[in-house]
Ligand binder design. Sequence first.
Ligand SMILES: [Zn+2]
Length: 323
Amino acid sequence: MSIGRKQGLVEVADGIHVWLPADGSWGWSNAGLIADNDQTMIVDTLFDLPLTKIMLGEMGRVIPAVKEHVDILLNTHANGDHCHGNELVPTSRIISSVATADEMSELPPAALAAMVRRFEEDDSPLGRYIKHAFGDFNFSDITMKAPTETFTKSMSVTIGDLEIELIEVGPAHTKGDVLVYVPSRGVIFTGDILFIEGTPLMWAGPVDNWIDACDRIASLEAVTIPGHGPITDSSGAIAVRDYWIMLKNEAKIRFDDGMSVRDAARDIDLGAFADWGESERIYLNVNSLYREFGSSEVVEDVMELFAEMGQIWEGEGENEKHI
Ligand SMILES: [Zn+2]
């Protein structure tokens, strides 16, 4: 099915809504609302409090019960654009995978706020890239509300009469990615396992987990699949799988040839995937693949990763300089 270019809160199946921002670039993530028989579940919050407030206002307009009480808040993974707004959801039950709950404490919102402040006046390529990726958001005054309940592998919950399966497929994009599958509605929320029209980025890996996750999504009876970006169907899962198979193969050839991550990231021809946004993420992805291949030269520092992606994003002239 095609939902096209809708934005805002869109009903995709009986009782199921998806929050879609105007575009799916850095930090502009989707979220979901599942409602049945006066019970409600929210899938992910947004990157900052003002955005989450707007989304919850829209959800409350459509399903008034959300204003008073949400039965379950589920965080698909630990990236801030999926959990920074947790404190605004009126719930006592926040679920995530064990690995996601652990990872949430690693980059507190205050550290992100400090990073953005640090680069406010910085006109280096890194400074410009940080502003490009995070400049639209307000990370101040966020109190991270952590999960109250965790699981590994899988968990079933019910909302009204709806059976919902929580399926852990990470580590892949992050350490503990979870899918939210509503079989009776043919809907599966995939968090950031599926980037649509944007380039996926692999913070954690291994890549084979991600490829398996895509196969699993494609095999489920789901016709409506929100991930990051426009809503898709099984074809979106297959496209992301094909990106990873291509990149894994191409990176391995260059690793075996002794090529550096920097050179490999520039040498690989993205072919059909070159049209996807944020193609500079190839640097981070090749770096993660080289780590899997056993390279001793991978970059572990997040700022350095952003600096490298920033250089590719801006396009490099003859005067390219290493930061
Ligand atoms: Zn993410």
